[in-house]
Design a protein around this ligand. Structure first.
Ligand code: AMP
Ligand code: ZN
Length: 472
């Protein structure tokens, strides 16, 4: 089956064909490194990873970029408020300098990469810092100025959205919406239109003893807007147009709409062919967000479950569906994963081909706009299937896991010590004699050795209490 993806731009599922047959280029808006990424942010990268793995399994080479936003992302989409990185400098009591900002950026970038690894996400080919691409931002803004798409106000250089006929196509801004915007023009006196956005912001005057934070530009010291950074980095590392651009749905109305506007107006061609957006992780029905203080981090997750269980839990939902996080749901996913891991290690490690019928059904699901809920249901069915040779089952699970990345292939070889086997045998005898007290005591002794016993119709299986794949 051909690869089919839902394209936010056309609002329909489309058969995917790459621009260049030798490689599929994809860009994923990266984290703003002023704090740890929360589990909602991390969903965006599990989605991106699933996409990359799917394209790779279909036989195509992928070049993948996740940027690191370390300047220019203001607290408000309306180009107001502090830069999030400046907020971090204040919070951490660091000096107001670009060097200190980079220190913070490096710290949270490393934490982000560690989270990606814990979630068994393939690292992208490029992870550029926005602050290393200021020249590219300036070039792009100058081009927009030359073409008449930009104007200056007292606080920056702005993009004139009214100059672009198709502005807002991604978000489906209708005429009614545009009229509403018209009526609000004037509220912000210097902006031509409420929708206009900053390409470059002038730095505020330095306070006593502090450095004026910003970069030198033809417009004086300042810093690029968040949207221009992604336009410039995507073009630099992937070319324009490139194949697939992703992010969370919150990016549709402003960030991605504005990336498209700048890149298309500057270069006269689309930025990307396919735009894909992931749904939110909510808590109590509200989007997880640092500003709502309902944020949950991977550090919280791994206190009670494996990181892989969070991944499994996400894969049970479609990437475009919103999903409500609860610790109970996470625990349930963790229990399910334990069952799968234990069943997997009981399968013989013999060379065997993956089952063609399962591969076909799996590919049909995953190629249909990454239908992971159906594919995960198929994984559970595969585990239960008693008709397949165990070695074929094992090979088929490993085939599926190229996409799921739950780490089946990295589960350790379990060697059960002799004394634990003896205890388990004694326990079986105790149970046969209905001496359940003794059986319980023996179970406790087995658990003290780091193992537990699972009884089944065929006898028992001794498994480690903590069964996790080796680190990614
Ligand atoms: P940010 O660091 O805020 O730029 O966000 C990084 C990525 O996480 C972006 O793709 C956002 O769209 C996405 N994102 C932010 N909050 C959530 C959430 N609660 N659920 C899912 N994705 C989110
Ligand atoms: Zn972006």
């Amino acid at each position: 089956m051909a690869l089919v993806f839902y394209n936010t731009l056309t609002k329909k599922k489309e058969v995917f064909t790459s621009i260049d047959s030798s490689s599929v280029h994809m860009y994923h808006c990266g984290p703003t490194v002023y704090n740890y990424a929360h589990i909602g942010n991390l969903r965006a990268y599990i989605f991106a990873d699933t996409l990359r793995r799917t394209v790779e399994q279909s036989g195509q080479h992928v070049k993948q970029v996740i940027n690191i936003t370390d300047i220019g992302h203001l607290t408000s989409d309306a180009d107001d408020g502090d830069d999030k990185m400046v907020k971090a400098l204040k919070r951490e009591g660091k000096p107001m300098t670009l060097a200190a900002m980079r220190e913070i950026a490096n710290f949270y970038r490393d934490a982000f990469v560690a989270d990606l690894r814990s979630l068994r996400i393939l690292l992208p080919h490029e992870m550029p810092f926005a602050s290393d691409n200021i020249t590219e931002d300036i070039e792009l803004i100058e081009r927009l100025q030359k073409k008449g798409f930009a104007y200056a106000t007292s606080d920056g250089i702005y993009f004139d959205t009214k100059k672009m006929k198709t502005y807002g196509q991604l978000a489906g801004l209708d005429t009614e919406d545009s009229k509403q915007l018209e009526s609000r023009i004037g509220e912000k006196i210097e902006k031509h239109s409420q929708r206009d956005f900053a390409l470059w912001k002038f730095a505020s005057a330095a306070k006593d003893g502090e450095e004026q934070i910003g970069y030198t530009s033809p417009w004086g010291i300042g810093f690029p807007g968040w949207h221009i950074e992604c336009s410039a980095m995507a073009r630099r590392y992937l070319g324009q147009p490139f194949d697939i651009h992703t992010g969370g749905i919150d990016h549709i109305p402003v960030h991605h709409t504005n990336e498209i506007a700048q890149s298309e107006c500057a270069y006269g061609e689309p930025l990307a062919h396919v735009w894909m957006h992931g749904g939110f992780v909510n808590v109590d029905g509200e989007k997880i967000s640092k500003s709502l203080s309902n944020d949950v981090y991977l550090a919280d997750v791994i206190k009670i479950a494996r990181a892989e269980s969070y991944r499994l839990w996400l894969l049970m939902a479609h990437y475009r569906s919103p999903i409500n996080f609860t610790y109970d749901a996470l625990r349930a996913a963790d229990t399910a994963l334990t069952t799968l891991y234990e069943a997997f290690i009981a399968l013989p490690k013999e060379e065997a081909p993956a089952d063609e019928v399962y591969i076909k059904s799996f590919t049909d699901c995953i190629h249909d706009d990454l239908d992971t809920p159906k594919a995960i249901a198929l994984l559970f069915a595969l585990f239960k299937d008693e008709q397949l040779f165990p070695s074929v089952k094992r090979a088929t699970i490993l085939y599926f896991d190229h996409i799921f990345s739950l780490g089946f292939g990295m589960l350790p070889d379990v060697v059960v010590p002799e004394n634990v086997v003896s205890l388990a045998n004694e326990r079986t005898i105790a149970r046969a004699n209905k001496d359940f007290r003794k059986a319980d005591d023996l179970r406790s002794l087995i658990e003290a050795e780091g193992f537990t016993v699972r009884d089944s119709k065929d006898g028992f299986q001794i498994v480690p209490i903590k069964l996790s794949p080796k680190p990614f």
